[in-house]
Design a protein around this ligand. Structure first.
Ligand code: GDP
Length: 195
């Protein structure tokens, strides 16, 4: 199966209750700089789509991209900006957590982990939070091209172990080389279609 992920930007909200009602959606989450915007652009085959989520004022918001009238992809704010005061961080945390727990149309969360760096403490916290709350998720390891080919096998094993999942449950991608993009795109299309 292959297809197009034609996404169009719809809205940025600070409270998920202000999002339009959808039938199904997939959310993308990860620490800042993990490669989330590059990945969303690569998936949608659109150079600047995710730029909207990076414009000042929107980086801290929940951004919705629609695939159809009733299905979409939600870009959650990147966590772990060093420069942000802890009070603001706590606010983001609550915003993301209530979206993850309460949003009825959410069927799967893609947790992006930097393939070059491996899972950070915040990534592990996010994974454990989703597992504890029974939210279906997939690990997506980014920047595959940045891992030396001689190190890839070890890195794949270590990254999966660090995330507490089996190696087969990690999808490796590179927005730069295009590796894994079509597989992930088809995965998302399948999730949005089958529910
Ligand atoms: P975001 O903050 O999570 O949205 O991350 P960006 O998409 O802005 O990417 C952060 C940095 O990583 C940028 O310098 C990107 O060019 C780089 N980057 C993102 N994806 C890849 C990739 O697949 N390969 C390589 N080599 N660099 C990448």
């Amino acid at each position: 199966m292959s297809g197009l992920l034609r996404l169009s930007f719809v809205s940025s909200v600070s409270d998920h209750r202000d999002l339009p009602e959808l039938a199904v959606e997939v959310a993308v989450v990860g620490r800042s700089n993990v490669g989330k915007s590059s990945l969303v652009n690569a998936l949608a085959n659109h150079k600047n789509l995710a730029k909207v989520s990076k414009t000042p004022g929107r980086t801290q918001l929940i951004n919705l991209f629609l695939l159809s009238e009733s299905t979409g992809v939600v870009d959650l704010p990147g966590y772990g900006y060093a420069a942000v005061p802890s009070r603001v961080k706590a606010g983001w945390g609550r915003m993301i957590e209530s979206y993850l727990i309460e949003r009825e149309s959410l069927v799967e969360v893609l947790v992006l982990v930097d393939g070059e760096v491996g899972p950070t403490k915040l990534d592990v916290q996010m994974i454990e939070y989703l597992q504890a709350n029974g939210v279906p998720m997939r690990i997506v390891a980014t920047k595959h091209d940045k891992v030396k080919s001689s190190k890839r096998e070890t890195r794949k094993r270590d990254l999966a172990a660090g995330c507490g999942v089996a190696q087969k449950d990690v999808m490796w991608v590179s927005a730069d080389s295009g590796l894994g993009i079509e597989t992930l795109r088809n995965h998302i299309l399948g999730v949005l279609k089958n529910d």
